[in-house]
Design a protein around this ligand. Sequence first.
Ligand SMILES: C[S@@+](CC[C@H](N)C(=O)[O-])C[C@H]1O[C@@H](n2cnc3c(N)ncnc32)[C@H](O)[C@@H]1O
Length: 208
Amino acid sequence: MASTLRLDTIKALIEHANTIADVGCDHAIIAKYCIDSGLAEKVIASDISDKCLDKARKLLGDNNRVDFKRCDGLDYICDEAVIAGMGGLLIKRILLNARSLPKTLIVCPHRDCDEVRKTLLSLGYGITDDIDITERAKFYSVIRAKFGEGERDLDELQLLFGINVKIPNTTLQARLNKLYDMYMIAPRQNEDKLRTVIAAMSLQGMKH
Ligand SMILES: C[S@@+](CC[C@H](N)C(=O)[O-])C[C@H]1O[C@@H](n2cnc3c(N)ncnc32)[C@H](O)[C@@H]1O
């Protein structure tokens, strides 16, 4: 898989740590980056699927700084973990069932980011970075959270649209426009969602 804005944004948030895990690694591009860049002394490439771990082994080869683990979620100890490319509810479950929580997490859910932000806060993390990106007509939040650091007191709109919802940002504005158009197809059924989108649009100085 070629480099993408989503993966590049995730990579840019990774900090040096002794052990970094790429949870649900699939192709293991993140794990490889952590090894090649020297950001990690040791990398754990883990996935629930044997087929995906085979892809990871192919990319990373035989390296005594890499451990491959077939497991559900975070069933091991690490200092920092990247959990990306899954739905927010799955990431939430992985965090709530983790054997041990790392000090730093970088998460990029496909959807339900609010559930992930709420879960991070409930587990004692604060959010230090929350970046909106768009790639192939999809919108993503790339979130870095640290245990006991960062923003912990988020309001409803920050939980839904990110900690920077009050700072004008064209990517977020495009996302809000898309949500607005989608919810306006059935405004009565989407009344509550429309209320939050319109409130966020107003914070962004947008007209609707
Ligand atoms: C779409 S890929 C994402 C790959 C990469 N992390 C990325 O962001 O590009 C999702 C991966 O998560 C793995 N996965 C799904 N559920 C999992 C779980 N409960 N524990 C570990 N890995 C899981 C899948 O097997 C798949 O390889």
